[in-house]
Design a protein around this ligand. Structure first.
Ligand code: KE4
Length: 430
């Protein structure tokens, strides 16, 4: 059993990576910048566990930031990918698998009458924005502080996720006039949205929102918030876009929209629908989606969109998700989070844990976390210390305070118990 403190191989790889890749990583939040220490280079994963290049094994709660609801290398998904790969990897032509996956999604989410596959959540977000502007003939968009919709220029304004962690509320390189059409309101603040629309409603194409926020940490919608956004959009002729890249198929087959009973005009998907391979998707009302080329004039394209391997992985994943599994994921995650809260409080550490289904965040704060401002008041420093304690014990949490952690089918009760034990020791050492 390697010592979890050994990072020799990761250090060698990180040094090489830093010579050829910005920050040594292919996505900023992976760099451990906000938690300190050496990012671990992962060699393999199986079930709920990952192994780094030094042979250290960890219980993984990042799960690649959400896609792996079945755990690492689930047999049915690996078999599906290998089966697809054996008959070719990409054709740049329509295939049966992309139709099948589109039908699974449109059946699961009634508001999604048509869907277009792309290769990332960012692409889905960018495309849906263009479509909403074309459909309404308007330019402005309302987003919420702390919500992250991918690195789309116009939406890198008070974004969440890595931008929040890196304290980069507005990225350089985004021309001011591109962000000028983006209006930002506090999450869960309907009055602020009403005020924006009272002044500029006729110029606003859409509201884009994470129906359960995951990128400032998990922040559920307040009672009536999403229904209120629906009403505002209807009254002002704007479109309501639900960014369900995280929540789609995470909290149920119908996503957050089924849970809240609010029907968006457009929905973004990603992560789980790709089963661990690069997939994003946007979809919604037929009259809106029909504007997308080639049926309409809104251009959007992609060499690898609908890639057969990704479609196979997505199909195998979604086919494994049923109500019984969601109930089990909910039970296990509830057990984990209540044990975390008990361990934290019994060691004198105030924490707030926001959980919806199998996605949750533990904030080191004693006030409820209901929006970006309250999330930002949680202690990053204490989170960073706890992260390191858990890593040393053998549990891999998100290397950033403002992210969700995810429980998968592979996190059985014994694994949850082991993680709870790591946490009890971690809190005692904080
Ligand atoms: P991608 O372009 O990373 O596939 O998706 C962007 C995106 C869009 N919408 C939501 C709600 C998202 O959470 C994301 C991406 N999530 C982050 C983590 N919270 C991805 C991790 C990373 O950036 O490395």
């Amino acid at each position: 059993m390697a010592s979890l403190a050994v990072t020799t191989q990761s250090a060698k790889l990180f040094a090489r990576a830093c010579a050829v890749t910005p920050g040594g990583v292919n996505s900023p939040v992976r760099a451990f910048r906000s938690v300190g220490g050496m990012p671990r280079f992962i060699a393999r994963g199986k079930g709920a566990r990952i192994w780094d290049e030094d042979g250290n094994s960890f219980i993984d709660f990042v799960m690649s930031w959400g896609p792996l609801i079945l755990g690492h290398a689930p047999p049915e998904v690996v078999d599906a990918i290998m089966g697809a790969a054996s008959t070719g990897t990409t054709f740049g032509a329509p295939t049966a698998r992309e139709v099948a996956l589109a039908e699974v999604i449109t059946r699961a989410m009634p508001s999604v009458e048509m869907v277009r596959f792309v290769n990332s959540g960012t692409e889905a977000s960018m495309s849906a924005l263009r479509l909403a502007r074309a459909f309404t003939g308007r330019d402005r968009v309302v987003k919420f502080a702390g919500c992250y919709h991918g690195h789309v220029d116009a939406l890198l304004v008070q974004a969440g996720s890595g931008v929040a962690t890196l304290a980069l509320p507005d990225s350089p390189g985004v021309p001011a006039h591109w962000a000028a059409d983006t209006l930002v309101a506090p999450y869960n603040d309907l009055a602020a949205v009403e005020a924006i629309f009272a002044e500029r409603g006729s110029t606003i194409a859409a509201i884009i929102v994470e129906p359960i926020a995951g990128n400032m940490g998990v922040v559920p919608p307040a009672e009536g918030f999403l229904a209120g956004l629906r009403s505002i959009c209807d009254r002002h002729g704007a479109l309501l876009i639900f960014d369900e890249v995280i929540t789609g198929f995470r909290i149920g087959r119908g996503g957050a929209q089924a849970r809240c009973g609010v029907r968006p005009d457009l929905t973004l998907l990603g992560k789980i629908v790709g089963g661990g391979l690069p997939v994003g998707a946007y979809g919604g009302r037929r009259d809106i989606m029909s504007l997308v080329a080639p049926s309409g004039s809104v251009y959007q394209a992609g060499t690898l969109s609908g890639n057969p391997l990704a479609m196979a992985a997505g199909l195998a994943t979604l086919n494994a998700l049923d109500d019984a599994l969601y109930a089990e994921l909910d039970r296990r995650t509830a057990r984990l989070t209540s044990a975390l809260a008990e361990a934290a409080h019994s060691n004198g550490h105030p924490v707030q844990i926001n959980r919806v289904g199998s996605m949750a965040t533990m904030f080191f704060t004693n006030e409820p976390v209901v929006d970006y401002a309250s999330a930002m008041r949680a202690s990053r420093e204490t989170y960073a210390k706890f992260f390191q304690r858990m890593l040393s014990a053998g549990t891999y949490l998100a290397p950033a305070a403002f992210e969700a952690f995810f429980v998968s089918r592979a996190h059985d009760d014994a694994t949850i118990d082991e993680a709870i034990d790591h946490a009890r020791r971690g809190f005692a050492q904080l």
